[in-house]
Every structure is written in C-alpha cells, then in structure tokens.
Design a binder for this molecule. Structure first.
Ligand code: SF4
Length: 515
C-alpha cells in the first residue's frame, strides 16, 4: 500500500481540476438547449471557458473546493487506519500546492486550520465488500450548493404547489419545489440527488449517495425511473436558467434513491450540486495502493475547445444587443445611477474582496482601506505565495452573496461603497439600500474561478489575513473583469423577477401526475 497516498493525491487533484466525462456531456447538452445571445447562454459560455482553463492550468475549477467526502469500499483485511492517515496527508499536500482551498474552520472560534484538516474533516466513510479491489469515490461539494440542500417532512404545504402528501405525487412536488427554492444561488444549472425515507440524517446521506451515480445511468426501480424522467423534463420549464438569469437549462441531472422509514416519519431529502460537479473515483490495487482504473470516464468526451470558438461568436452577439460599460473605480454616485439591470460591465482597477468575516467585522470597525466609491467582491480566493513572497490568485470566482444580506446595505452606506460583485443576487434590504444610497449589484458567473483569476493582473495587498486566506480582504488589480448588473439603483432586481415568474410556472404543476 505504499503508493496509496500518491494515488489519493492524484484523485484529489483530478477531482478538483477536471470534470468527469458524464458531467461534461450534461453541460454540453445544456449549452445546446440555450439560445445564443441570451444572458444564460453567455453564462454557459463562461462556464465552458472556465472548464477548459482549469484543464489546461491543472487548477481548481471553482475556488470553493468544498468539503472533501470520501466513500471507500474495502476487501476484508485492509488497514483502514493507515488509509485514513494517507488520505489526510494527501489532503494537506494538495492544499499546500493550491489544488484545494484551505476550507476547514473551527466552528466555535472561526479559526481556519490552513491545511483542510480538522475535527470530522475530511469526511471518510468505509464499507467492507466481497470484491478484491478498493473502490474510492470523492466528491468536493461547495458551500453555495450545499446551503441549498433541503429536507421535507411529509405531509406538508408547499409554496405554489399546495399539499404534498405521503405518496409518489407528494415526492414529485417536493423535488420540483427543491429546484425552485434553489433559484440560481447554488450556481445553477445543477444536479440533484434525492433520498426518500430514512430519518433526518440517513435521508440526507441517501440523497448525497445518489450524486455518486453516473449522470446517464437508468434507475432500476420503474416508478423512480419515471419520476427522474418527469423531473428532468419539467424542472427545466421553470425558467430559472443558468445562474438564475432565466433560460432553458436549470437542471442537468436528477437521481432518486429510496430506503425504508418508520411509520411516523416520511422525509424527502434533496442534495443540490452546482454545475461544478466535482466527483471522481478510482479502483485501487490493495497490494500496492496503485490506481488500476479511473471511474466516470466511460463514453464520449466533449471537446470544449471547439465549443469555445462558438462561445466567442455568441458573446459577440450578446454584447451586440446589450450595453457594455467600462468601469474604473472609484465610482461616483452619478455613474452608478446610470447603470440598469441587464447592462454588462467590464471593470479595470483595484477591487477588494470581502465575505462573511469581513462583513461582520466592518459593522463594528473602521475599514482597513478607504472604501469610498469602491467595489467589494464577494470572493474567497485560492492564493499561493511565490518564493519572493508575492501572492498570486490561483482561483477567484464569486461566492454566494445572500449570506451578506444582513450587513450589505449598512456597509455600503457607512463606507460609501458603490458596487458589490457576487453571485445569486441579494434580498429586499440590499435592494432598498442600493436605491437610497446609489449602488449596484453585479452578478459574476459562479464557479468560473479560472476565468476570473485570469482577470487578476496583480495582488496589491491584503488586510485581515488573520481571518484565513478565503476570508481576508485581498486588494486585487483586475482588467476587463466582466459581470452583469442584476440589481440597480432604481429598485429593479432580475433575481426578484425570475423568482416571481418561476413561482407562477411552478404552480402549473399543482395537479397530481402520479396516482
Ligand atoms: S460553482 Fe458555485 S456553488 Fe459550486 S462550489 Fe463553486 S461557488 Fe460553490
């Protein structure tokens, strides 16, 4: 087993930097469905470009490399303690080499361990089996999509759909509702794993287990096969689209599993995964620890480099129909009030990262830099220091903005911030503040970590590094950083509009389908 640690390192790097073939095919199908020239098509083009860049740079597809979860099946007699030790060492090494972001945080003190290790992290689950090889599967599931998981206790009342009873039709309603409530915040278009039955914890476990099934497999249980097919056909009619911009592709895969329950409980648990569906697997020789075979690599591969040529044409088309505005911070109130929902902006200059810890800090402290007229970027990047002590951004896409909703409006007013960049949109409190103060919300493409890292020309400084790399305030000099205005200073919000229209569409599915 001496090669096992190296095999785990290879698995981690491959999972973080390359999407498996079945996921690539699902993304290619979504691209084919989306009409060229729309905002959703532009978002998908950026996603495709990002996948290609991650392949070429062997760098994380998304900066949020998530919670590493290993599912391992071993023949009798394999030393699980040694395997655990090797996996932990491989995780620490991958973090040091910038293939994983340091993501493990003490829940009480907020301190980042710096190496992705900690109490319960990574998650490693063993099971014994009769086969003579080891099967290791890994999923890197980020926070934006993990936060959109949802569990229903049947019977229940669902917005737009009415009563969901304890039957197949009630399950159908829960799954449609799960897709609706995620909107674009989990970086749609996404994949869902559904667990029917169990208790609260085993139900979620079963839901997550479904994400390890190949995207194009067929459910062996006939009722569930039909339900999966129904969901794939109809969830895409909700019009949520890529990044919640509206559009044809909202769901890329749906897998449903079932287990027994006790009579008093009936749970439907849904695990949501973003388009950056990083899960991979290997078969390992138990004698040497070497990789015998890579999993999820059957079938046709998608050559995204060809897609890129088409993408450039589509972006040109989109920009031909849209106002494209260059911004150089600091911004004035007048400049910001001229921006409207739907405008594309290209930013060049210095922007400042800030996410959960920074927002909480700024509520009661002075800012470390003058933020008047500046732009805050909701981003927790992967950063590496070179031998001369200079920092470089290795992955730097947006994080979910809604977490900052309690703080954002107050911070913008207190420090004179004119724009925030993030993903998934913000709520009514921020929209009101944008109106009163003169500010905009700019939606970048979630998960496009390589695409945006490429826009960062230098790291000019960092403050509050004691919060850990993802939470520090990085001063990033960017060039042609592109984002879409989705909330403006006139009270318009694309997110609000898409949520309203998708709720109307959801209510079309109120009538029973499965008896
Ligand atoms: S693609 Fe979006 S939801 Fe997925 S890990 Fe990245 S930021 Fe999170």
């Amino acid at each position: 087993m001496e090669k096992f640690q190296q095999s785990m390192y290879d698995l981690i790097v491959e999972t973080s930097t390359k999407l498996p073939k079945d996921v690539r095919r699902a993304i290619a199908r979504a691209k084919a469905r989306e009409n060229a020239g729309t905002r959703a098509a532009m978002a998908l083009d950026t996603i495709v470009e990002n996948i290609q860049m991650a392949d070429e740079n062997v760098s994380p597809i998304c900066q949020d490399t998530g919670l590493p979860t290993f599912k391992i099946k071993v023949p009798v007699g394999v030393n699980q303690m040694e395997m655990k030790k090797a996996i932990r060492a491989a995780i620490a090494e991958a973090t040091k080499n910038g293939k994983l972001r340091p993501n493990s945080v003490d829940s009480l003190t907020g301190k980042n361990s710096g190496d992705n290790l900690g109490e319960g992290v990574p998650v490693i689950k063993f099971e014994q089996w009769e086969n003579d090889y080891i099967d290791v599967r890994l999923i890197l599931k980020g926070g934006g999509c993990e936060n959109k998981n949802i569990q229903y206790s049947l019977p229940c009342e669902l917005e737009g759909l009415g009563r969901a009873g304890r039957d197949l039709d009630g399950i159908r309603k829960c799954i449609l509702h799960a897709v609706y409530q995620a909107q674009g915040q989990g970086c749609s278009a996404g994949f869902i794993g559904v667990g029917i039955g169990g208790d609260r914890s085993s139900g979620y476990e079963l839901a997550k287990e479904q994400l390890f099934r190949p995207v194009d497999d067929v459910n062996p249980i006939e009722e569930l096969r039909q339900l999966e097919e129904y969901i794939m056909e109809n969830a895409n009619k909700l019009g949520i689209g890529t990044m919640g911009f509206g559009g044809e592709s909202t769901l890329l895969g749906c897998k449903i599993g079932v287990m027994h329950r006790i009579p008093a409980s009936f749970f439907v648990s849904v695990a949501y995964n973003c388009w950056a569906f990083r899960r991979m697997g290997v078969k390992i020789d138990p004698a040497t620890g070497e990789i015998i075979e890579w999993l999820y690599q059957d079938g046709e591969d998608v050559d995204f480099s060809k897609e890129l040529e088409k993408a450039e044409a589509a972006v040109a088309l989109e920009q031909g129909n849209t106002r494209v505005i260059d911004l150089v911070p600091p911004l004035s109130e007048e400049q910001v009030r001229q921006l409207r929902v739907g405008d594309v902006v290209r930013i060049s200059g210095v922007i400042y990262t800030g996410r959960d810890a920074i927002h909480k800090y700024l509520m009661d402290h002075d800012a470390p830099v003058d933020l008047n007229g500046q732009i805050i970027y909701h981003c927790g990047p992967v950063m590496l220091k070179d031998e001369e002590g200079r920092w470089h951004a290795k992955a730097a896409g947006p994080t979910t903005s809604i977490r900052e909703e309690p703080y954002q409006g107050d911070i913008m007013k207190k420090f004179g911030v004119r724009a925030v960049i993030g993903k998934g949109g913000m709520g009514a409190k921020t929209l009101q503040a944008l109106k009163e103060h003169g500010g905009v919300y700019l939606n970048a493409i979630g998960g496009a970590a390589q695409y945006y890292a490429d826009c960062i020309k230098s790291v000019e400084g960092v403050d509050l590094l004691e919060f850990g790399i993802p939470e520090a305030m990085w001063h990033l000099r960017v060039e042609n950083f592109t984002a879409v205005v989705t909330m403006d200073s006139h009270g318009n919000s694309l997110h609000e509009d898409v949520e309203k229209s998708s709720l109307e569409k959801l209510s079309q599915f109120k009538e029973p389908v499965f008896k």
